[in-house]
Structure formats: C-alpha cells, structure tokens
Design a protein around this ligand. Structure first.
Ligand code: IPE
Ligand code: IPE
Ligand code: MG
Length: 242
C-alpha cells in the first residue's frame, strides 16, 4: 500500500512534537547509479518543504536527525559533503525568518568546523524570537552522548554542593539535555525501511509512538507526512495506564 494521504487529520489529533530520522539518502543515490553525496543533496531539498508543512498544520516542534555521533565513521568524502550541505543550509536563514521558525541545534558543536560553529551561533540568535515552530536539527547528536553530557553537568552541580545526589529527579536530568524545556516527541518517523532508533532521542522517546516507513528520505513528501499523522491519530497512548 502506498504510504501517502492527501489530507492530515484534524488539528486536535496532531502531535505536538515530531522527530524524523532522515534515512535512505545513500540507497536513493545507489538506485540511480549516483554517488551517495547526491542522495544527501536530494535529501536536503526535502527539509524545507516538510518544515513548511508542519508549520502550516500548526505543529509546534519538529526535530530532524541530520548527523549522528556515529556518522563520523563514514568515508571522509561523504562526511565532507554532509558538512558542506550543513554549511550551506545554516547560512541561509531567509526561509526560517519567512516561516517564523526558531532554529535550535541539538548536539555538541565542538568537533564541527569553526565556521559551522559560528553559523550555528548566528542562526540560533537570529531566529531566537521566532514563534510559529521550533525546528531542532540534531547535528553531531547521539542520545547516549547527550545523556553523558547531562550526567557530567549534574555531577558538577553535586561537586559544587548545589545539588544533593539523593534528591536528583527525572526533571533534573531532562533540564540538562539539549531539549530542555521542550515537550518529548509524540511521534518519531523513520523512513527508508530501517526499524531502529540509531541513538536518536534515547531519553525523550520513552513513550513516543514509532512509525517506520518504506519511502526513502529524498522521496518523502508532505503526503507521506499526512500518512504518518493519520497513523498516529489511530494510536491509543496509555503511558502505562489503562
Ligand atoms: C541518512 O541517509 C543521512 C545521514 C545519515 C546523514 P543514509 O546516508 O544513511 O542513507 P542509507 O541508509 O545509506 O540509504
Ligand atoms: C541515523 O541513520 C542517523 C541519521 C539519520 C542522521 P544511519 O543511517 O546513520 O543509521 P544506521 O547506521 O543505519 O543505524
Ligand atoms: Mg542510513
């Protein structure tokens, strides 16, 4: 069956936060006899359309997994191509301003090239006052690395005598994550047919609804998102209750 729908469900049935694991760029390119980099280029073109669609539907938060802490294992040529795309993406903030979208980067920027770190700072500052939608880009992001980063911060608070180890709460952990202050993702979508989280939002996904789709990310359209939202609207969320 085709995983598309022309209409999204009614507003009250929509998630408040969607996470998307953009996957399948390499396979999209391979199927066309193209280098993997071309798949990433095609995939990057889809992002704007999906942000616009979410914004139009009134979804307040979207997280997009763009580069994992494990993706550095890829050949240098591919990593360089991904970084160039990110460089270009982050330097063009017109779309964000037009869509009244706030950009927020999840992940440790330290290992990224200096100019990209600078673009991240500028882009976040420039869009900080935008209110229609928050777009998180998970960049050099890993759920375990994020927890480790948060645990170290809490350990420092304890060492400084500002926090009692015995009284650490789940809220303390959440406030030390890159997503501090944001709602947990209600729905996580992974295109490409792969059925795993690959270190995406490990803490925050505890009760997320998961949807695995067969479409490759460069072929993903607003109609595919409508289909995902429709599937989400059929789910019964219990959070451990009855
Ligand atoms: C996802 O596409 C993009 C990134 C990981 C940056 P892939 O490059 O993983 O595509 P496949 O999984 O090889 O098809
Ligand atoms: C997850 O995709 C990371 C991103 C989409 C950025 P991968 O393609 O890297 O995941 P695995 O290796 O198939 O688990
Ligand atoms: Mg992949």
């Amino acid at each position: 069956m085709e995983e598309k729908r022309s209409q999204a469900p009614a507003r009250e049935l929509l998630p408040r936060h969607i996470g998307i694991i953009m996957d399948g760029n390499g396979r999209w390119a391979k199927a066309r006899g193209l280098p993997r980099e071309m798949g990433h280029q095609a995939g990057s073109k889809v992002v704007g359309e999906i942000i616009r669609h979410c914004r139009g539907l009134g979804i307040p938060c979207l997280t997009i997994y763009a580069l994992s802490t494990e993706n550095w294992k890829r050949p240098k040529r591919e990593v360089d191509a991904l970084l160039s795309l990110l460089r270009r993406y982050l330097s063009n903030m017109e779309e964000y301003q037009r869509e009244n979208a706030r950009l927020c980067i999840l992940g440790d920027p330290e290992p990224l090239p200096r100019d990209i770190q600078e673009s991240i700072r500028t882009a976040q500052a420039k869009s900080a006052g935008n209110t229609a939608i928050t777009v998180n880009i998970a960049l050099n992001y890993g759920g375990r690395a994020e927890l480790l980063h948060g645990v170290k911060a809490l350990a420092r608070e304890c060492a400084a005598g500002r926090l009692d180890p015995e009284s650490i709460t789940e809220e303390d952990i959440a406030r030390q994550l890159y997503t501090a202050g944001q709602p947990d993702p209600d729905l996580i979508i992974r295109p490409s047919g792969e059925q795993r989280l690959s270190n995406f939002l490990m803490w925050q996904s505890a009760y997320s609804e998961l949807l695995f789709m067969n479409v490759l990310w460069p072929d993903f359209t607003p109609e595919h998102l409508n289909y995902a939202l429709y599937q989400y609207s059929l789910r019964s969320r219990r959070f451990g209750g009855v």
